[in-house]
Design a protein around this ligand. Structure first.
Ligand code: SDX
Length: 380
C-alpha cells in the first residue's frame, strides 16, 4: 500500500516501529519500567550490571549468574594496544562522543566474526561492549591531556572503576554508588532516537559494534543525549538567579529550546529527573553546596509556570549534569557517560531485533517532480 500524506507523521510521533518487552514508559503518570520493574526500585536495590543482565536476558540474574557476568566484564575491560594507538592520533580538541563512536566502530575490526545465531557470540559481544566502552571513554580523556590511559582496576566494580580510570584515585563509596544509580537510570528508554538507530542498523544483520557505533552517533545530538552537556553550559550562561526569568522568556519568545526540558513521551516530570535531583541533593549535603542548583530549581519553576500547560517539564538530562559535575567529571564526558549506560538498552534491542528480524525499510511521501529534463551543463 502506498503511504499518503495524511499518514505521514513528522518524527514518527506515535507510530509503533516494533513490538518490545524491554521497557515501558507511562508518559502521563511519569513511570518507567524495565522488564516490568519500576526503575526507581532497580536503581536503589540493584546495580547497573544486574540491570543490564535483566534488560538483555529478560530475567534477574541469580547470584552465580551475576557474579559470572561481572567477572567476565572485569576480565574484558582492557582494550587492545592498537585501539589505544589509534585513539592517540585523535585530535585532543575532538569531542569525546566522536572519539567513542570511532573507537566503538573500530572494535569490529578486531572482533569481526559475525555469528548472530550463536548465543555464545551474542554473550561475548555483550560482555566486550559493556566492558570496553567505559575504558575507551576514560582512555581518550587521559590521552587528550597527554597522559597514558589508566589501566582498569580489577578490584573495583563497574562504576567505581570508571571513576578510577578518570582520576587514578579510588572514588568515595558514596560517589561510586551514586554513579552506579545514574547508569541504571540511563540504561534503557524504549524506542528513543539512538535505540531506533541501533535497531535499524541491527536489522541489516551487521555486527554489534556497528550497531553501537551508529547509536553513539545518534545519541550525541543536542536534542537527545547531548542535551546534558548543554544544560550545564546553559546554567553557566544564565549565571545568576536574577537572570533566570529573562533567559527563559527570551528563549520562549525566540522559539529557542530550553535544554533539559520537554519530551516526546513524558508530559509530566521525567521520573529519572526526580531521582537525579534527589541524588544531586544527597551529594550537596555530603560535599557542599552547588550554586547552579538554585539556578536549576528556579528555572524549573519558571518553565513550569510558562510551559507546564504544554507538558514541558525537566527530562533526564536536566539534573544529571549537576550530579556528574559534583563528582568531578568534565562536562564533555556527560554524554559519553549516557552512552556507557545506554549500551545495555541498545544491546537488549539488538538481541530482541535479531529474534524477529525483518530489515527496516519504511516508505516516504515523494514531494519532488517527475519527468524532469536533463539540462546540459553549458546551458544551466
Ligand atoms: C533524551 O526519547 C527518549 O526517550 C529520549 C531520552 C532517552 O532516555 O533516550 O529520554 C533522552 O533525549 C531527553 C531529551 C533531551 N533533549 C533536550 O532536553 C532538548 C530540549 N528538548 C526538546 O528539543 C524537545 O522537547 C524534545 C526533542 C526532547 C522532544 O521533541 P518533540 O517531541 O519533537 O517536541 P517538539 O520539539 O515538536 O515540541 C513540541 C512543543 C513545541 O511548541 P509548539 O510549537 O507546539 O507551540 O513544545 C515546545 C515546542 O516549541 N517545546 C519546547 C521545548 N521542548 C518542546 N519549548 C521550549 N523548550 C523546550 N525544551
Amino acid at each position: 500500500m502506498t503511504a499518503t500524506l495524511c499518514e505521514y507523521k513528522p518524527g514518527l510521533e506515535n507510530i509503533p516501529a516494533a513490538k518490545s518487552s524491554i521497557s515501558h514508559v507511562d508518559g502521563q503518570q511519569g513511570i518507567l519500567e524495565y522488564r516490568g520493574i519500576n526503575v526507581q526500585e532497580l536503581a536503589f536495590k540493584g546495580s547497573f550490571l544486574e540491570t543490564a543482565y535483566l534488560l538483555i536476558w529478560d530475567k534477574l540474574p541469580t547470584k552465580e549468574e551475576l557474579e559470572g557476568f561481572e567477572s567476565d566484564i572485569t576480565y574484558h575491560r582492557r582494550i587492545k594496544y592498537r585501539i589505544r594507538d589509534m585513539m592517540k592520533c585523535f585530535p585532543e580538541s575532538g569531542h569525546p562522543m566522536d572519539a567513542l563512536q570511532t573507537s566503538a566502530a573500530a572494535l569490529g575490526l578486531f572482533y569481526s566474526r559475525r555469528a548472530l545465531d550463536d548465543p555464545k557470540y551474542i554473550r561475548k559481544a555483550v560482555v566486550r561492549l559493556l566492558a570496553k566502552i567505559p575504558t575507551m571513554v576514560a582512555a581518550f580523556h587521559q590521552m587528550r591531556r597527554g597522559n597514558d590511559p589508566i589501566q582498569p582496576n580489577d578490584e573495583l566494580d563497574y562504576a567505581a572503576n570508571f571513576l578510577y580510570m578518570l582520576t587514578e584515585r579510588k572514588p568515595h563509596p558514596l560517589a561510586a554508588r551514586i554513579f552506579d544509580v545514574c547508569l541504571t537510570l540511563h540504561a534503557e528508554h524504549t524506542i528513543n532516537a539512538s535505540t531506533f538507530s541501533a535497531m535499524v542498523t541491527a536489522s541489516t544483520l551487521t555486527d554489534p559494534y556497528a550497531v553501537v557505533a551508529s547509536a553513539v552517533g545518534t545519541l550525541a545530538g543536542p536534542l537527545h543525549g547531548g542535551a546534558n552537556e548543554e544544560v550545564l553550559s546553559m546554567l553557566e550562561e544564565i549565571g545568576s538567579i536574577d537572570n533566570v526569568r529573562s533567559y527563559a522568556e527570551h528563549c520562549i519568545t525566540n522559539k529557542k529550546k530550553i535544554m533539559g526540558f520537554g519530551h516526546r513521551v513524558y508530559k509530566v516530570k521525567d521520573p529519572r529527573a526526580t531521582i537525579l535531583q534527589s541524588l544531586a541533593v544527597q551529594l550537596f549535603d555530603e560535599t557542599g553546596h552547588d550554586r547552579y542548583y538554585e539556578l536549576a530549581i528556579e528555572l524549573e519553576k519558571v518553565i513550569e509556570e510558562k510551559l507546564g500547560h504544554k507538558g514541558i517539564y525537566p527530562n533526564v538530562d536536566f539534573y544529571s549534569g549537576l550530579v556528574y559535575s559534583k563528582l568531578g567529571i568534565p562536562s564533555d564526558l556527560f554524554t559519553p557517560i549516557f552512552a556507557i549506560a545506554r549500551v545495555a538498552g541498545w544491546l537488549a534491542h539488538w538481541k530482541e531485533q535479531l529474534a524477529v528480524n525483518r530489515i527496516f525499510r519504511p516508505t516516504q511521501v515523494y514531494t519532488g517532480v517527475h519527468n524532469a529534463s536533463y539540462i546540459p551543463i553549458e546551458e544551466r
